[in-house]
Design a protein around this ligand. Structure first.
Ligand SMILES: [Zn+2]
Length: 286
């Protein structure tokens, strides 16, 4: 009996090794996915898995001097450059920045993206956030969960046979409930690649976001100094719950040594993975 169990485990592992994971990540703006998941995306891409980032708006309101089509074009080019640096794909949907609503039309755009990518894993923000575009992106992706398997909806785009695993990015919001780091990924090996992905979004990290925060004067002029500054200001420190999750997934030695991470919470509306399935979907967890 024990022998049979071992055989079955070995067969499952072999199957898992041949299977490429397909991941699609949604953000409201062209840079949101990068902030929360660029490191994990780089690790997946290095292992041959297929990653696509999707910005649900075109980012055409995110600047203090540029706007409209000109800004949307610049941000599309920045997103494509970030994707090139990470070894992934990046789509930007043509919805206006700052005006996103959870309509049926946008829900259908998202269902199509998930189906066409044949996603095993879908990432999104939680629907609790300071920015309405972020909140509604969370709602829209939640509303696509399960609907992606219903063939009668959008019959022109073949439905998935299995509901993917839906995961939320980390955020700092406490109400109605704080983020739970169910999965924590050690991104030490790709931290410079993550910083490089953020660095591709020049209009955001060096212009718009510091301007909003009244810190434009602090942005270094030199390119190397800029990247070091990005790393200091945008890469979060490890909280005790995240450390506990890193130790759970990597063991005490590696889990306690990790300096950089990204964390994800399992959404209740997608497939509910057990630990073995999570390790198949996140092959970097070892
Ligand atoms: Zn955003």
């Amino acid at each position: 009996m024990k022998w049979l169990v071992l055989m079955l485990t070995a067969a499952t592992t072999l199957m898992a090794q041949g299977e490429k994971v397909r991941i699609i990540a949604f953000g409201a703006h062209p840079d949101d996915c990068d902030i929360r998941a660029a490191g994990t995306a780089a690790l997946w891409a290095k292992m041959g898995d297929a990653v696509k980032f999707v910005s649900v708006t075109n980012g055409d309101a995110g600047h203090q001097t540029m706007r409209g089509t000109e800004l949307a074009k610049r941000r599309l080019a920045e997103a494509k450059e970030s994707a090139r640096r990470l070894g992934i794909e990046y789509d930007v949907l043509d919805n206006h920045d700052g005006k996103l609503l959870p309509t049926l039309d946008v829900r259908e755009e998202i269902i199509r993206e998930i189906r066409n990518w044949k996603a095993d894993v879908v990432l999104s923000p939680r629907p609790n956030d300071y920015h309405p575009d972020h909140r509604y992106t969370g709602v829209l992706v939640q509303d696509a969960a399960y609907m992606v398997v219903v063939p009668d909806l959008l019959p022109d785009t073949p439905a998935l046979r299995k509901n993917p695993v839906f995961l939320y990015y980390e955020d700092r919001f406490q109400r109605p409930n704080p983020f739970s780091p169910d999965i924590a990924v050690d991104i030490d090996d790709v931290i410079d690649q993550k910083v490089s992905a953020l660095d591709a979004h020049v209009s955001q990290f060096y212009e718009w976001l510091p301007w909003v925060d009244g810190k434009l004067a602090q942005v270094p002029k030199d390119h190397t100094e800029r990247k070091a500054w990005l790393k200091r200001t945008w890469i979060p420190k490890i909280s005790p719950p995240v450390r506990a999750s890193l130790v759970k997934w990597y063991g005490p030695q590696k889990g306690n040594a990790a300096k950089y991470y990204e964390a994800f919470e399992i959404c209740e509306y997608g497939a509910q993975p057990d630990e073995a399935r999570i390790r198949q979907l996140f092959p970097m967890l070892h």
